[in-house]
Ligand binder design. Structure first.
Ligand code: CP
Length: 320
């Protein structure tokens, strides 16, 4: 491990747009070191010993919440997880007061998932401690995009010129937005695909191709990233029925055969088997869905480590 400084100076992670390419690469470099420690029999590192991390989740979550909790514990932080229904937010307390009280309780870092786009940035301006966005409305899910891109880099090395298709409910997806920012920063050629009602042409302004023709979008792609239909964020019906969506845009064996031979199938989860993806394909050797979940720990360890120690860390400190 070298002692060169890591390219990182921020205490918060709100969205991928804020990061430059070298910061994304720093996260990957640190995540790679942390991932190696996950193979040891003793997986714990002392990096955040004595720090307290509050996991504040105002929306349901399985993967993100557990991965952040495991990541913080692997770094020896004390972790307090709180869901919205169990907090005083249900008694009328504002998010601002909740956050300021968490800071007054001397927590060292807040991880926030919230249904309102912009909530993590709002908190960032209110408290002095680091705020990490764990998904806000349809805006951003930066650690998901980082773990997705990291999984692709592990498989392909450089993403320059790699063809990645994101298929499904793009309009309401924070995962799609964050992935578009992240993958294009790393040089990938991204196509967003799905029904015209869920994939408006405006996404073209983000530097991606927009397609409503599934065959065109999948043919010769290096990876397809499937997205769930997000009923909870839709305000009206965007297609006649789930059955119709599956028959037009669901990934099945025949459609998967249009991809490149060594292409991989991705999904941020939760998956709806038999809707956006055939159950067999989700469990097939081409699927890296569970690798994405595992990489979520290393990426979140890296993000926690970097944001909690902003400014003055070198690579040699990582495993100390
Ligand atoms: N991918 C993702 O954010 O999953 P959870 O909602 O379970 O955290």
């Amino acid at each position: 491990m070298s002692s060169r400084s890591l390219s990182w100076g921020r205490k918060d992670l709100i969205c991928i747009e804020d990061l430059d390419r070298s910061e994304v690469e720093t996260i990957f470099e640190v995540a790679k070191s942390f991932k190696q420690t996950m193979e040891r029999s003793v997986k714990k590192l002392p990096s955040l010993r004595g720090r307290t991390v509050v996991n504040l989740f105002m929306e349901p979550s399985t993967r993100t919440r557990i991965a952040f909790e495991i990541a913080a514990k692997r770094l020896s932080a004390d972790v307090i997880s709180m869901v919205g229904q169990a907090s005083s937010l249900t008694k009328g307390e504002t998010l601002k007061d909740t956050a300021r009280n968490i800071e007054a309780l001397r927590a060292d870092l807040i991880i926030l998932r919230h249904p309102a786009s912009g909530a993590p940035r709002y908190l960032m301006d209110l408290v002095g401690i680091p705020v990490i966005n764990a998904g806000d409305g349809a805006h951003a899910h930066p650690t998901q995009a980082l773990l997705d891109a990291y999984t692709l880099v592990e498989r392909f090395g450089s993403l320059k010129g790699k063809r990645i298709t994101i298929l499904g409910d793009i309009l309401f997806s924070r995962v799609a937005r964050s992935n578009i920012w992240c993958l294009t920063k790393l040089g990938a050629e991204v196509t967003v695909a799905g029904p015209a009602t869920l994939v408006p042409p405006e996404f073209g302004r983000m530097g991606v191709s927009v397609s409503h023709n599934l065959k065109e979008a999948l043919t010769d792609a290096d990876a397809v990233m499937l997205l769930r239909i997000q009923h909870e964020r839709q305000t009206s019906t965007h297609f006649p029925s789930l059955g119709e969506y599956t028959s037009m845009f669901g990934l099945n064996k025949e459609r998967a055969s249009w991809l490149k031979q060594d292409a991989i199938i991705m999904h941020p989860g939760p998956i709806n088997r038999g809707v956006e993806i055939d159950s067999e394909l989700a469990d097939s050797p081409r699927s890296v869905i569970l690798d994405q979940v595992t990489n979520g720990i290393a990426i979140r360890m890296a993000v926690l480590y970097l944001c909690a120690s902003a400014n003055n860390k070198s690579e040699s400190d990582l495993l100390a």
